[in-house]
Design a binder for this molecule. Structure first.
Ligand SMILES: [Zn+2]
Ligand SMILES: [Zn+2]
Length: 395
């Protein structure tokens, strides 16, 4: 039966790829996705699929009822784009100037629409319930949590997600046990000194000199305070302060990002950064106000579901095309929140092909994919559903 399903996916390749091209023309940002969601619901209507809109602001959830209604497997696609001017001559180039699907979320969305088409034709053979989650705002503040708060994971037993990957050749997938993407936290440090004439610095407290010491001292947290086998990145991306060359600055603001692969390391890094900034500033007669804003948590895959993805990949693409990713990525991905609530796993779908110039990195204005990856992504997710159901049933 599964062989027939896979064969049918090949027959419908053009339809799947066309969805991606249509979505590529209409990139939209954040939660503001009227054309994208309209496109999705039009297709779901054509397929006769039940769905709900405006979940977690502008998300869509489609439900399929299978033979065993006690089990539900979810698949998630993020559907938002980026504020990038597309630099391409492709015939389905972005029609929204300054916006572009440069992270491949048009591919993720078309894979999920493809799965919807496949499932709508095998209603009688579907082993369990399946829920398709079309999620906004992955690139901004995160659409996952609002959707989870609206109940998208209620009664869900397992979840899978994927991301396109230009440095993996089309026909390959990437899997990773354990932590796959990092947690991200923004740090803001305000150094407060006392201004005075630049010729008489001893009458004031120099916030610039203090800020330089704070930045240098914080660099030692990674090299001196953390176990070298644990990952931590601390980067300061902005430093702003001062008004004129002959005035000692009374205020400097630093902003940066912290990336970690565990909650413990995240808490530790925040504690040490706060201590270091406050004590160093005090040593210079200034004071430091330190604030953090946690963004996405670390994405941690569940082993049994990585096994399932591997097994699907080996069956579809052969063993050598299933790549074990050796290291976690320090980028962030809000699929993390689903995996905190239910078991599952995330994997990378190879979309690279040098012959097609499809090798630019994500978020690049020339980003391109080999579109034959789309039917492969659909096959992977359909196989994952069948295999995950067998696993859940026998547990
Ligand atoms: Zn992105
Ligand atoms: Zn992305």
């Amino acid at each position: 039966m599964i062989e027939n399903i896979l064969k049918n996916i090949d027959i419908n390749s053009e339809w799947f790829i066309n969805n991606r091209r249509e979505l590529h023309k209409i990139p939209e940002l954040d939660f503001d996705l009227p054309k994208t969601t309209k496109y999705i619901t039009t297709i779901l209507d054509e397929l006769g699929v039940n769905y709900k809109t405006n979940i977690g602001k502008s998300g869509i959830v489609a439900d399929f009822i299978g033979k065993d209604t006690t089990k539900t497997i979810a698949l998630r696609a993020d559907i938002d784009a980026l504020p990038i001017l597309e630099n391409s001559d492709c015939p389905f180039k972005s029609e929204h100037i300054g916006k572009m699907h440069a992270c491949g979320h048009d591919v993720h969305c078309s894979v999920l629409l493809g799965v919807a088409k496949v499932l709508s034709t095998i209603k009688e053979e579907l082993p369990c319930n399946v829920r398709l989650i079309f999620q906004p705002a992955e690139e901004t503040t995160g659409g996952a949590l609002p959707m989870i708060n609206d109940g998208v994971l209620d009664n869900v037993d397992a979840i899978f997600g994927l991301h396109v990957h230009p440095s993996l050749h089309v026909g390959k997938i990437g899997v990773k046990y354990g932590p796959m993407f990092a947690a991200s936290t923004t740090v803001n440090i305000k150094i407060i000194g006392k201004s005075t004439h630049g010729a008489f610095p001893s009458d004031g407290v120099d916030a610039i000199v203090t800020a330089c010491q704070v930045v240098s001292s914080i660099q030692s947290i990674v090299s001196r305070n953390t176990d070298s086998r644990d990952s931590l990145v601390i980067t300061f991306g902005t430093i702003n302060g001062g008004t004129k060359e002959n005035i000692v600055a009374n205020e400097v603001t630093l902003t940066g990002t912290i990336r970690t692969l565990s909650q413990d390391m995240r808490v530790f890094a925040k504690t040490r950064i706060k201590e270091m900034a406050e004590f160093v500033a005090k040593g210079y007669g200034a004071c430091a106000e330190v604030n953090f804003r946690d963004s996405y948590d670390a994405l941690i895959n569940h082993d049994s579901f990585v096994d399932i993805i591997k097994s699907s990949g080996e069956e579809l693409l052969s063993k050598e095309n299933v790549i074990n990713i050796p290291k976690s990525e320090m980028g962030a991905e809000d699929f993390a929140y689903y995996l905190e609530k239910v078991p599952g796993a995330f994997f990378l779908l190879g979309t690279g092909n040098e012959e097609l110039n499809a090798c630019e990195p994500l978020h690049n204005d020339k980003f391109k994919i080999d579109e034959t990856s789309i039917p492969l992504g659909i096959k992977m997710q359909v196989l994952n559903i069948f295999k995950a159901y067998e696993f859940l049933k026998n547990r």
